[in-house]
Design a protein around this ligand. Structure first.
Ligand SMILES: O=C(O)CCC(=O)C(=O)O
Length: 285
């Protein structure tokens, strides 16, 4: 596959803006395999669950879907992340987020769960997402939108509630300000198979899916420079990843072997901290 991007430029954009898009990271075979897994997962996702996750569409963790191992361990993406200077990357989980036709907007949120770790206040992201869209996306079918650089400063959205609570997932209050537009937001339309890499601390959301087709993303959570995280953070990622994927076969785990966290210390797992403290500056530098 021919790639025409500069890893240095992508790394700079990820560090400064909080995201970058890497074209053509999943080929048709990988997309086809992933789509088959998504259809199986959605067939098991009933109406009651759909109601609980109205805003995102679905939230299906990788726990029972070892078929996702090929995408998670995608060698082309891992090689490219390495070229971007991201090392010692460990995996937590992947999530299938499928927005049906007519599905509403996803609320603004940031996903960092380790704001107690000093790394969260550095220019080295403690947690990043890899988003693979299985269809071409555009505003009309619910593409990603984001607030570039919002990983670097405190935003009003930080005080509007934590990500993925039951009420906002159910969309109990459609007037919740997290569903509004914000100044300087940017749309990120992509082709199926492109890869959006983002800093988990950055605010992001989606448009509604006003098309007649479903729109699916597989979000994969990675932790670069794992050994440099605080020990309780490493301990939590180690335990969470292993507990969530304990039913995966040896074959599936082999596909993600270099990504499996391995914390050998005895520090108990961190408490989740989803909101930054005063160490995050009020204004963008
Ligand atoms: O559905 C999308 O496009 C975005 C998913 C998302 O925000 C997330 O995985 O945190």
């Amino acid at each position: 596959m021919v790639t025409t991007f500069s890893p240095e430029r992508l790394a700079k954009q990820l560090r400064e803006d909080g995201f970058c898009v890497i074209p053509n990271m999943a080929d048709q075979a990988l997309l086809g395999k992933t789509r088959a897994c998504v259809e199986k997962a959605l067939a098991e996702y009933d109406e009651e669950l759909r109601e609980k996750t109205r805003a995102p569409g679905s939230l299906i963790d990788s726990n029972f879907y070892p078929e996702l191992a090929d995408l998670i361990g995608n060698p082309l993406a891992l090689e490219t992340l390495g070229q971007m200077g991201l090392e010692d990357i460990k995996f937590w989980k992947a999530v299938i987020i499928s927005k049906p036709p007519g599905g509403p907007r996803l609320y603004w949120h940031q996903d960092c769960i380790m704001w107690g770790d000093p790394r969260a206040y550095s220019d080295c992201a403690p947690m990043i997402f890899l988003m693979y869209y299985l269809e071409d996306t555009r505003r009309e079918n619910g593409c990603l939108r984001l607030l570039a650089r919002s990983h670097t400063y405190r935003h009003v959205l930080h005080d509007m509630g934590e990500a993925h609570t039951k009420d906002v997932n159910r969309m109990d209050n459609p007037e919740d300000p997290r569903f509004l537009d914000y100044p300087n937001e940017v749309d990120v339309p992509v082709k199926a198979g492109d890869l959006v890499v983002g800093d988990a601390r950055m605010f992001h959301a989606t448009h509604e899916n006003a098309s007649t087709e479903q729109r699916t993303v597989i979000t994969i959570w990675f932790h670069p420079f794992f050994s440099d995280l605080q020990e309780d953070t490493q301990s939590w990622i180690h335990a969470a990843m292993r507990q969530q994927h304990e039913t995966w076969s040896a074959d599936a785990l082999a596909k993600i072997a270099p990504l499996i966290p391995n914390y050998q210390g005895d520090v108990p797992p961190m408490e989740l901290t989803r909101t930054p403290d005063e160490r995050l500056p009020r204004q963008s530098a």
